[in-house]
Design a protein around this ligand. Structure first.
Ligand code: PPE
Length: 308
């Protein structure tokens, strides 16, 4: 299962994947001037359904606004339709969706967004478990990265800017080389921010804590899990979380579109809880799984069916 698909949507039309190319002299490649989304489409008994498609496309448009694009060739609603068209063309039942808006300047390379144009591509492919086949059940081992998460006035943390992800790549590569599955990153003040590609939750004495949004990506999965936890009767507190609060947590779990809901069983060589998936994480993971299978009361609100 590689990054394989037949068609990629490029600036308004579907093209064969091998023809979906970007010029070498593109500012997007040289300066990281792109914004993107990661979205999942799930196989339900009513056919393929995309999880929170509108929210993802709205965040994409907001990322472009944060980066400084003054106008875009497509609206959020048009991009949502294009994503569904791309899924239908490729015939996938379940897939990952990667829309990306990038900057291209035909006349010069330069550090100014003005003068160039916004181009858009949408790719879809079948992407398995992001943190490994067994991550959902067995959990993952993480370390606190030696790399600090972005300062919010250096890289814009509310935007999925392609260039921002060098920071995630530094952290993730280091963690994997050290033998961990994922990197937990601290913010410039030293408080827990997020992982290289997920948001983070902590459970202690039956209360669920997660970081405030100021320095993190406002994860759409995070938002869904907060609602699901409240539905289940839990108190969810958004507050500063310190590194040692992770160590003494009863449970830690991380979430994201690609990763879904994954228990963290060990951090910096300290076992979390009993070192297995604990009950609150399991309950929230099960609720999330029910949502994406189409069988949860929230499914109607959060799933957009591709074929109708
Ligand atoms: N924080 C970061 C830094 C992040 O990249 C993601 C998504 C999240 C939080 C969770 O956001 P959400 O998907 O809306 O719940 N990470 C994407 C994977 C990045 C990659 O390309 O690799 C994803 O899950 O699609």
């Amino acid at each position: 299962m590689g990054i394989e698909s037949k068609y990629i949507w490029m600036d308004g039309k579907l093209v064969e994947s091998e023809n979906a190319t970007v010029p070498f002299l593109s500012t997007a490649l040289h300066y990281g001037l792109g914004v993107f989304e990661g979205i999942r489409c799930y196989n339900t008994n009513r056919g393929p359904a995309v999880f929170r498609l509108k929210e993802h496309m709205d965040r994409l448009v907001n990322s472009a606004k944060i980066l400084g694009f003054n106008s875009l060739p497509y609206t959020s609603a048009e991009l949502a339709e294009a994503a569904k068209e791309t899924i239908r063309a490729n015939g996938f039942k379940a897939c990952y969706i990667r829309p990306l808006i990038y900057h291209h300047n035909r006349s010069s390379l330069g550090l100014n967004l003005d003068g160039g144009e916004a181009r858009v591509g949408i790719a879809v492919w079948e992407w398995g478990r992001y943190l490994g086949d067994e991550s959902i059940e067995k959990g993952v081992r993480a370390n606190v990265s030696s790399f600090t998460r972005h300062h919010p006035n250096i890289a814009m943390t509310k935007a999925k800017i392609t260039g921002n992800y060098a920071n995630s790549v530094l952290a993730k590569t280091e963690s994997v080389r050290l033998g961990f599955d994922e990197a937990i990153m601290l913010d410039p003040q030293g408080y827990v921010a997020e992982c290289s590609g997920e948001n983070i939750f902590v459970v202690r004495h039956g209360i669920i804590y997660t970081t405030q949004t100021a320095v993190i990506l406002e994860g759409i999965t995070r938002d869904a899990l907060i609602s699901l936890a409240k539905d289940l009767g839990y108190t969810v507190v958004e507050q500063l979380i310190s590194r040692d609060q992770l160590y003494i947590a009863d449970e830690v779990f991380v979430c994201g579109t690609a990763a879904e809901v994954v228990p963290v069983t060990e951090i910096d060589f300290r076992q979390i809880g009993d070192g297995v998936m604990e009950p609150v994480t399991r309950q929230i993971q099960q609720a999330f799984m029910a949502v994406i299978s189409g069988s949860h009361p929230r499914s109607a609100e959060w799933l957009e069916y591709v074929n109708n």
